[in-house]
Design a protein around this ligand. Sequence first.
Ligand code: NI
Length: 129
Amino acid sequence: MRTFDSGKSIFAEVGPVQVARWEQQYQFGTTLPFGAMWYTVPPGVSSVRDCHPEPELSIVVAGTGFVEVDSGITEVGVGSAFLLDSEEAHVIHNRTEDSPLTIFSAYWMPLPAVDLATEQAVVTESAGV
Ligand code: NI
């Protein structure tokens, strides 16, 4: 068993957000099939718009987040979680004046689609060429 002390993590600036990527600090190598991080959005600040192929599961560990995606903005309180789909653009807002927003996120490359009848990987026709 290993524990991870967020207070001892080394955070790097990504725009206005402080990010501590676990794989850079805890030497997981290839033992985990996902990446993980803590990040902190200061009061009154928003993250830069993010969009990537990895689905991202996030848990608010301090503060209150306002998660903006194309369909709108949703409030996510401490102890609650949100799941972003692959290629779902997102901005994380901290609308408070004095409370940092800290979030734990895990993210991973999606598995290939499988046909449940044949258990074979679904190969999509590529357009052109
Ligand atoms: Ni993201």
